[in-house]
Design a binder for this molecule. Structure first.
Ligand SMILES: [Ca+2]
Ligand SMILES: [Ca+2]
Ligand SMILES: [Ca+2]
Ligand SMILES: [Ca+2]
Length: 311
């Protein structure tokens, strides 16, 4: 989808260049253009490269910590940078093809002749709008979003993380993916493991064996190392092969008001749009004011960790 609005056409009279170069009046970049970025310790350059014609649009801005992902569980994030002498948007056409090394190597490859150049360094902004890409099962725990009450933001354990983004829906320190794939356990009406047969599947039941001791407190060896390791699965006091949390014959208790961090892998799409800027072609004494130009988009995955604090 091309969205280019040229408000003020040319500041001067458009004249054909003597060298026969075509003057660019359209910038053929849109959301489908793949953006990439490079960083050094003072700045980031986000760029999109086209072939035929060989051209690029790039934004070099003084934020070395920019990342096109969201570090918490929000679904959308907008990062906006003013266009100014430190944050410059540039269009270049070349006499031959370029690749990422043109932007990412400290010494860019030579031999490339710039045939056209437009720069914006005064006014307007570049916006990076990042959106989390939801899937059928956004947290990858094996239970699809629609069964985890996404529409109502269902949060079974009340830890502030909705079930569809929660690796451990009942905060018993046993991951949902483990609790739904236990074998040899009674099943509830939805065919999910339900050890104590109370109708509540283990993955939503904080006392899986109904012995009155919360599963997370049946983790007797949690503090036996220097680091606390939260894992109720590896405790079996009577050595009968059934871990304590599923065995109501094992009733040891260690009160733990601690929860595992929630870590999920998310994928993000970031659409980059330059707004209300003026491209100047100094060589041709030409300037073009543009209301909105989509430069392209990134997709990037990141693992997102949320600490869960005791009540
Ligand atoms: Ca899920
Ligand atoms: Ca659990
Ligand atoms: Ca149950
Ligand atoms: Ca129990």
């Amino acid at each position: 989808m091309k969205k280019i609005i040229i408000l003020l056409a040319f500041a001067g009279v458009l004249q054909a260049c003597d060298d026969g170069d075509l003057i660019v009046t359209n910038f053929l970049f849109d959301e489908n253009n793949k953006l990439a970025y490079c960083q050094n310790n003072s700045s980031t350059v986000a760029f999109s490269i086209n072939t035929s014609p060989d051209e690029s649009i790039f934004f070099k801005f003084n934020d070395a910590n920019f990342t096109p992902t969201i570090t918490d569980l929000a679904e959308q994030l907008t990062q906006s940078y003013p266009i100014n002498s430190s944050n410059i948007l540039t269009y270049r056409a070349f006499s031959q093809s370029i690749n990422a090394s043109y932007f990412c190597n400290s010494v860019p490859p030579g031999n490339n002749t710039i045939t056209q150049e437009y720069e914006a360094d005064n006014g307007g902004s570049v916006e990076f709008v990042t959106q989390a890409i939801l899937t059928e099962d956004s947290d990858g725990d094996g239970i699809p979003d629609h069964e985890e009450g996404k529409s109502s933001n269902q949060d079974t354990d009340g830890d502030g993380i909705p079930d569809y983004l929660d690796m451990d829906d009942d905060n018993d320190n046993v991951s949902t993916s483990i609790e739904i794939s236990l074998i040899g356990q009674p099943l509830n009406s939805s065919n999910l493991p339900d050890t104590d047969e109370d109708g509540i599947p283990n993955y939503l039941d904080e006392d899986d064996d109904n012995d009155g001791i919360l599963t997370r407190n049946e983790d007797l060896n949690a503090e036996s190392n220097d680091d606390v390791i939260l894992n109720p699965i590896d405790d079996d006091s009577n050595n009968n092969g059934i871990p304590n949390y599923l065995d109501n014959a094992d009733q040891g208790e260690l009160i733990l008001n601690l929860y595992k961090d929630n870590t999920i892998l998310r994928r993000f799409k970031t659409v980059v749009t330059a707004k209300n800027f003026t491209f100047k072609n100094l060589k041709a004494n030409e300037s073009i004011s543009i209301e909105e130009l989509i430069l392209g988009s990134f997709e990037e995955s990141a693992s997102v960790t949320t600490e869960i604090n005791p009540d």
